[in-house]
Design a protein around this ligand. Structure first.
Ligand SMILES: NC(=O)c1ccc[n+]([C@@H]2O[C@H](COP(=O)([O-])OP(=O)(O)OC[C@H]3O[C@@H](n4cnc5c(N)ncnc54)[C@H](O)[C@@H]3O)[C@@H](O)[C@H]2O)c1
Length: 256
């Protein structure tokens, strides 16, 4: 992909799953990657894996819902790598409770991580992107940022829907400053996030898994690398005229 070599990226939630695959893909494209997460042992190991493969990477602890964490990590990224050009707001948690089952604490926690975390990431990296002459922000939403799914996961849908619209709002705000902002909407992807459904012996969860596959026109789960490929495209100069747009990587889920 064009224009990625020697760029600097922060990827949140990069210790495993989609974030880890994205960090690896960006590093393969010549990007210097700061992997961040709350799972430090896994995050350190992932950064080491990239270094072992000849890429440039480091790890830093970052709870995306914590403003002081963001200030510290952005400052240290600039000190270490000299700039920030790419932000992948990927960190997130999954939820299952519907409107009546959800608790106020559960709802607030999901919003803090999946929604406020995305805003804080943009808030603290955009000044650095402006100083570098531009940048690309990729916010990981979901098919459930757009459609109602199974009628469960109320807090998750609330946050992912907000990510979709914050993306468009920020894209408009920063379009003239060469800072592009897009959202990526994965369908069901084979990561630890869905293992509570996929690997469960509970018949209700097994039923949900077969419903998920049945509702996916391609009839399979996506791979983290298939999301990483879209993120790499949006980070690159190949996507120079893309901003404020939503990109679905969902095996056809939202086409029905
Ligand atoms: N897997 C799917 O089917 C799917 C579908 C649509 C969207 N997504 C979205 O993709 C993103 C990545 O999900 P995944 O499937 O790789 O999940 P995952 O659970 O495998 O990885 C999520 C990562 O985020 C980290 N994280 C959680 N809370 C954090 C916090 N407060 N601060 C920093 N990091 C934190 C976790 O430690 C973990 O490493 C999420 O935003 C998720 O909502 C996933």
């Amino acid at each position: 992909m064009r224009g990625l070599r020697q760029k600097v990226a922060i990827v949140t939630g990069a210790a495993r799953g989609i974030g880890a695959a994205t960090a690896q893909r960006l590093a393969d494209e010549g990007v210097k990657v700061l992997l961040t997460d709350v799972l430090s042992a896994e995050g350190e190991a992932m950064a080491q894996l990239i270094l072992d493969r000849g890429g440039e990477a480091a790890y830093a602890y970052l709870d995306v819902s914590d403003e002081a964490n963001w200030e510290r990590v952005v400052r240290s990224a600039v000190e270490r790598f000299g700039a920030i050009h790419i932000l992948v707001n990927n960190a997130g948690i999954g939820t299952l409770p519907d409107v009546e089952q959800e608790t106020l604490d559960g709802f607030n926690r999901t919003i803090a991580i999946n929604q406020v975390g995305v805003w804080l990431g943009m808030k603290y990296t955009i000044p650095q992107m402006r100083a570098s002459g531009g940048g690309s922000i990729i916010n990981i939403s979901s098919i459930f940022g757009t459609v109602g799914g199974f009628g469960g996961s109320i807090a998750y849908h609330a946050a992912k829907g907000a990510v979709r619209l914050m993306t468009k709002n920020a894209a408009v705000r920063y379009a003239k400053e060469n800072i592009r902002v897009n959202s990526v909407h994965p369908g069901f992807i084979d990561t630890p996030m869905i293992s509570q459904v996929k690997d469960s012996s509970d018949p209700a969860m097994q039923q949900m898994m077969s419903t998920i596959l049945g509702m996916t026109p391609m009839g399979r789960l996506g791979k983290p690398e298939e999301i990483a490929a879209m993120v790499a495209f949006l980070a690159s100069d190949d996507a120079a005229f893309c901003t404020g747009a939503e990109f679905y990587v969902d095996g056809g889920w939202t086409a029905i």
